[in-house]
Write a protein that binds this ligand. Structure first.
Ligand code: NDP
Ligand code: HSE
Length: 367
């Protein structure tokens, strides 16, 4: 199968390494916007050179951002080409539309790397949900923030220093705000909900509290009570049939599996009515693991076995968090308090204080 890559960054290079290992596919073109001498004549500067090339069967979008990635993916699908994407921001916002377009054109769209980095999380979620109702899901879904929290907790590092290292290692988004303000986990959680329940969760309805203002004093306070802080995305089906979904820092006892996840690792679990709890862990960000996830999708499509072909979207819903009650550690500037309230209310308070320029950090105690 002949394929084209859109972008030549961390994930694209990792995918090229993994596809080179396999040799069943050939990367014939790569869309660039700056000179990339190592690509030689494979570098092209216009998407038209890819979508109008009848030899290309599959386009892997590994460039990021909402636009022009969305326009390019739609052009590829419309031209009858299979698509693989790692772009959770774009895909979580246009899930419904892109699945429908792929189905209309009779091609596959696969998106393993949009959540969990290299972990086969979404693939297994797709499989699990066909053999039992998914009751809840969630976990550590961002490598950059796990890398930061791990280093602050275990190596007494400072936030800014570790973030810079995560950027150098290719874990962070082009704009790391997406990582530290939890927008990246929000997109991954929305996509996980989409896969689990065949709906499109409106990302705007999904509250997300990040770790921008966590301090070494917060970390020390958690250490002194035997707790470890992790950034979590979580979702569950409520008794009313609604979906509660939220992203927030959570405090785990030191012996919990989540507490021990090192570096840029992720761990994500789902509970199914038949299979019970299944957990998936491994590399959550970076060239090697994410490139392998993209390559795995490409090879599945080449073999005609993409599990994502069964992904569908039957409704568009908003997350509902008014009845999810947590106990929180809340620090606004230098004042710390413990507070029991709903996820929705805590998120409103935190967003309001952030909008006033306050340095806010909140974390819930895991039940
Ligand atoms: P990088 O910034 O390393 O690479 C992005 C590449 O895309 C760069 O080569 C960039 O070009 C190119 N690009 C961006 N816009 C355009 C455009 N308009 N035309 C042509 N080329 C363009 O990002 P990553 O590889 O880290 O991430 C890519 C995608 O994969 C993102 O959606 C990200 O969220 C996702 N992802 C990343 C993971 C990771 O661990 N890094 C893990 C899972 C998913 P230039 O070199 O000129 O800047
Ligand atoms: N920036 C993301 C992370 C990349 O750190 O998890 C993987 O999706």
């Amino acid at each position: 199968m002949k394929i084209a890559l859109l972008g030549w960054g961390t994930v694209a290079k990792g995918a090229a390494d993994a596809l080179e290992f396999n040799k069943d596919t050939e990367i014939v073109k790569v869309l660039v916007r700056k000179e990339k001498p190592e690509l030689g004549s494979r570098a092209v500067w216009s998407i038209d050179e890819i979508v109008n090339d009848p030899e290309i069967d599959l386009v892997a979008e590994v460039m990021g951002g909402e636009e022009p990635a969305l326009t390019y993916v739609k052009a590829a699908l419309s031209a009858g080409k299979h698509v693989v994407t790692a772009n959770k921001l774009m895909f979580s916002l246009h899930y419904e539309e892109l699945l429908a377009l792929a189905r209309e054109k009779g091609v596959s769209i696969a998106f393993s790397a949009t959540a969990g980095g290299g972990i086969p999380w979404l693939i297994n979620l797709q499989r699990m949900k066909r053999a039992g109702a998914i009751e809840s899901l969630g976990g550590i879904m961002n490598g950059t923030t796990n890398f930061i929290l791990d280093a602050m907790t275990n190596e007494f590092s400072e936030f800014e220093d570790v973030l810079a290292i995560a950027q150098q290692l290719g874990y962070a988004e082009a704009d790391p705000t997406a990582d530290i303000d939890a927008l990246d986990v929000k997109a991954k959680l929305a996509l996980s909900c989409d896969c689990a329940w065949d709906v499109m969760i409106d990302p705007a309805s999904l509250p997300a509290m990040g770790i921008r203002y966590i301090t070494s004093e917060d970390i020390e306070a958690f250490r002194s009570i035997g707790m470890t802080c992790k950034l979590m995305g979580r979702a569950e089906r409520t008794e009313k049939g609604e979906i509660a979904a939220y992203v927030e820092p959570m405090l785990f006892p030191k012996d919990a599996p989540e507490a021990g996840v090192p570096g840029a690792g992720n761990i994500i679990s789902a509970v199914s009515s038949t299979a019970g709890k299944m957990s998936f862990s491994g590399g959550g960000a970076g060239r090697g693991c994410t490139g392998a996830a993209v390559a795995g999708d490409v090879l599945d499509i080449a073999e005609g076995i993409s599990v994502f072909d069964s992904a569908c979207c039957n409704a568009r819903v908003a997350a509902s968090n008014e009845n999810i009650i947590h106990r929180y550690y809340l620090r606004i500037d230098d004042a710390v308090e413990m507070k029991e309230t709903s996820v929705a209310e805590m998120n409103r308070s935190v967003q309001a204080a952030l909008a006033q320029g306050r340095r806010v950090f909140a974390a819930s105690f895991v039940e």
